[in-house]
Design a protein around this ligand. Structure first.
Ligand code: ANZ
Ligand code: ZN
Length: 807
């Protein structure tokens, strides 16, 4: 009897797939319906980890299953290959980032091959190659042309360790997402994408994404953060100027006794210009710059501020309100100015008590208005509307909504990113590079010091460039793009990745989008997914695609844990996928990771579980090996079936039914594998019968092999050929189960006496009502329970129940 030699089997099929081009597909082939199965592409660190194995195993099962279901499946893989680690490696070891990245890609590709993943490598993209970033640059130019990209000076999040700017999304609880250093504020002129141009669409259209996890949709909604309120204009005393505030509580305006302005806001500067308060502002700003984001936004922040010498007039009370700068007001939210309502806003209250500002309550415990003139006695919700109405009538305010979402800051002072294709000319200002000159290539003559500004500044050949407009000497933009720009459109490029003429053929993208199934980590719930949604909407607006949403269905897989904790280098609890593959084979690793937990849940790694799967795979191998000859030499004709034969057939077909449903309607990988395990158990029992039916065996064995194949593809192919099949198991059509065969020969009938359950009796499936009664009356338990009583009536409900009424 054969022994399961996974090393030999896996190598054999990996070589074979490569040789015959098993996973090649053509996106231009319209003969079958399309299915786009996409896993988030990795950063090429050089080594796969268990998170990758999980992510890509899930995607691989879906892709293989969908192909067998008859779809033309696009299942591509590529590399999110710009980014800091390559640059840090260059600083540390002197290897060029390009070289480091490319060699990592080669390593990881080999590791992917070991896992038996069904990628069409002809579709590969790497975002750091000129063939790709040429088109990232074109997208930038289009956005610029359409006013969806712009440059502005502002205070930005700055990581002192990475020495680069960070987007709001990359600041996690005040710390740099990458290195954990506390983020500070720095004033710089930077490039932005106008994400806020689609705030409402991003919010509204998320509800059309019925195939997304609710929690991810909620996270995006909160991030976009829509609120309802009003703009109110306060006139500055002795100055020809209004200050506009955003408030969600216009009903509290009679209680507004002071105004607080963000010290960084342009407005603060304007108000103190040429006065003795200039110094106070500068001093206060100095203090603010030393603070970190965490400290600034903490709810228990010690309130601080300074009066800056001016007053505004409350538009409804006519009272003078002093203007203060305050540490708790943010420059980039709302208008950067707040009407202080000490009695009803906690932060304002703290501030007012600390600095002795007036506190006027305007709403009582019953939510009725007080101290509010004509609005007294009104319910606060009604006052919300009525006060806005009055302000609007007076031309002092307007009902409005506000979003927490800010524009996307994309400038990075790093080398290993996509160059921003603009030139600065003394005469012409900001001049976009002509499309015919793309790509703007990264220079190779740069110094990596890891300090200071963009390394591109050290390359004279790069920096000095003629103005595309007037031809005079000009300078290139030295910053590169945030790598999230690269990853927000890669799924479009896969569809037409060899296109040298254009970013992609829009017809092809229109046909292949949206991605039917996207699979990745929940850590991308905000950043990557929001940026991709935004860019798709921007491209739609610019006529590049008819789609507005990129991903129809989203699966966020759980983490792979070790003893309940995240695997990490520092904890020393990392299990290497390569070691597991070496010890048990890729099929076992895949099977375990899909069996151990539902895909959305965290999965606790345990070696016994892996061994269990290894044993199971061996068990499958042995029984198929043993029954291969029968399977090969029998016709699928079912005649003269015994009770046992029928039960086995039923199990086979019910399993096929369950697995098909688990794979097509939900991500029930673990339950599908559990069903397969049961089928194997039953088959082991059945084959010990004296009179086995060969057709029943054949049907069971073939079903086992087909079901196993998407999970354990190498063994699937091996067993398929062992049972005498030609060609790949992945080229066959996924079989349909036989409905009749799932029906068992016997059914269970409930027998009641006076409506009370007395027994359940197994009867032949074709039993009629008369026979049901007969069998019931012959049953010992029933006889006992009706003895000495008169039978009034007997009711039989076909195939369900017999009720005997006695007196
Ligand atoms: C007066 C008021 C009275 C407010 C009250 C709240 C309660 P959300 O819900 O997050 O949109 N605010 C506005 N701009 C701000 C800024 N740049 N920095 C800090 N705070 C700012 O918050 C809106 C509320 O936050 C606004 O409504 C404003 O204070 C404050 F009893 O106006 B409110
Ligand atoms: Zn010029």
């Amino acid at each position: 009897m054969g022994v399961y030699n996974f090393r030999e089997i896996e190598k054999k099929w990996q070589d074979h797939w490569k040789q015959v081009g098993q996973y090649k597909m053509d996106t231009k082939d319209n003969s079958k319906p399309k299915y786009y199965c996409l896993e988030m592409f990795p950063y090429p660190s050089g080594k796969i980890h268990m998170g990758h194995v999980r992510n890509y195993s899930i995607g691989d099962v879906i892709a293989r299953f969908k192909k067998m279901e008859g779809y033309n499946v696009l299942h591509p893989m590529g590399w999110d290959s710009f980014g800091l680690p390559a640059e840090n490696a260059a600083i540390k070891n002197g290897v060029h980032p390009h070289k480091w990245t490319m060699s990592n890609i080669e390593d990881m590709k080999e590791q992917f091959a070991l896992l038996g993943l069904s990628y069409d490598w002809d579709k590969e993209v790497a975002t750091s190659t000129p063939e790709y970033y040429k088109w990232t640059q074109k997208i930038f130019l289009k956005l610029l042309e359409n006013d969806l990209a712009y440059k502005k000076k502002s205070y930005v999040n700055w990581c002192p360790n990475c020495e680069t700017v960070l987007a709001n999304e990359q600041v996690v609880q005040g710390e740099c997402e990458r290195c954990g250093t506390e983020v500070i504020k720095k004033e710089l002129e930077q490039w932005y994408f106008r994400t806020t141009a689609f705030s409402e669409e991003l919010l509204e259209e998320i509800d059309t994404l019925t195939g997304w996890p609710e929690k991810v949709k909620l996270m995006q909604k909160n991030w976009i953060g829509k609120s309802h309120g009003a703009h109110v204009d306060f006139k500055v005393k002795d100055m020809d100027k209004d200050i506009r505030v955003y408030t969600t509580r216009p009903d509290t305006i009679f209680g507004s006794t002071f105004m607080v302005v963000a010290p960084e806001a342009q407005l603060a500067r304007e108000l103190v210009n040429g006065t003795e308060y200039e110094e106070i502002l500068d001093e206060f700003l100095g203090k603010m710059h030393k603070m970190t984001q965490i400290e600034r936004e903490a709810s228990d922040l010690e309130k601080d501020g300074k009066f800056i010498g001016k007053y505004v007039i409350n538009p409804l009370t006519g009272k003078e309100m002093p203007i203060w700068i305050a540490n708790y007001v943010l420059a980039d939210y709302g208008t950067g100015a707040v009407m202080g309502v000490a009695a009803h806003d906690e932060r304002d209250g703290d501030f007012a008590r600390k600095f002795g500002l007036e506190i006027i309550p305007v709403i009582d415990e019953d939510d009725k208005m007080i101290n509010s003139g004509e609005f007294d006695g009104m319910d606060k919700n009604q006052a919300f509307d009525s006060i806005i109405e009055k302000l609007e009538k007076d031309g002092k305010g307007k009902k409005t909504t506000n979003y927490r979402l800010r524009d996307w800051l994309l400038s990075r002072q790093r080398y290993w990113g996509c160059p921003i294709p603009v030139v600065y000319c003394d005469d012409c200002g900001i001049v976009p590079v002509d499309e015919s000159e793309l790509p703007v290539l990264l220079p190779t003559d740069v110094e990596f010091t890891g300090k200071g500004e963009s390394p591109l500044l050290t390359s004279d050949t790069f920096m000095n460039h003629k103005c595309p407009k007037c031809g005079k000497p000009a300078r290139r933009e030295a910053d590169t793009m945030d790598t999230f720009v690269d990853s927000s459109w890669y799924y479009m490029r896969y569809v037409d990745n060899k296109n040298n003429e254009d970013i992609f053929d829009s017809n092809l993208v229109d046909r292949w989008l949206p991605v039917d199934q996207y699979i990745g980590g929940v850590e991308h719930a905000i950043l990557h997914l929001l940026y991709s949604r935004w860019l798709t909407k921007a491209m739609n607006k610019m006529g590049m695609t008819k789609h507005k949403e990129p991903f129809r269905n989203l699966l966020t897989q759980g983490m792979v844990l070790m003893d309940g904790a995240k695997m990490s280098k520092s904890k020393g609890n990392i299990v290497s996928p390569l070691e597991i593959i070496d010890k048990y084979g890729a099929d076992t690793a895949r099977l375990f990771i899909l069996f151990a937990a539902p895909p959305e849940r965290d999965l606790d790694w345990n070696e016994q579980g892996v061994e269990g799967c290894f044993k199971f795979i061996n068990r499958v191998y042995r029984i198929v090996d043993e029954l291969a000859e029968i399977s090969k030499n029998t016709e699928l004709k079912f005649e003269n079936l015994t009770k046992e034969d029928k039960a086995m057939r039923s199990k086979t077909n019910l399993t096929l039914k369950k697995v098909t449903e688990d794979l097509s309607q939900k991500f029930g990988f673990n339950t599908a594998i559990a069903a397969l395990m049961e089928l194997i158990n039953d088959l082991y029992k059945y084959k010990e019968n004296e009179n086995i039916n060969k057709a029943v065996i054949k049907e069971a064995v073939e079903t086992v092999v087909i079901i196993l194949a998407p999970f354990a593809p190498h063994l699937g192919e091996e067993l398929w050929s062992m049972i005498g099949k030609e060609g790949s198991v992945f080229d066959i059509k996924w079989p349909e189960y036989n409905e009749d065969a799932t029906k068992s020969d016997e059914i269970e009938i409930v027998v009641q006496v006076n409506g009370k359950l007395k027994n359940k009796i197994v009867m032949p499936a074709d039993v009629n009502q008369e026979q049901m009664k007969e069998i019931a009356f012959a049953d010992k338990k029933i006889i006992d329970s009706i003895s000495y009583k008169d039978i009034v009536k007997v009711i039989a409900i076909p195939k369900k129940l017999v009720n005997i009424v006695v007196k």
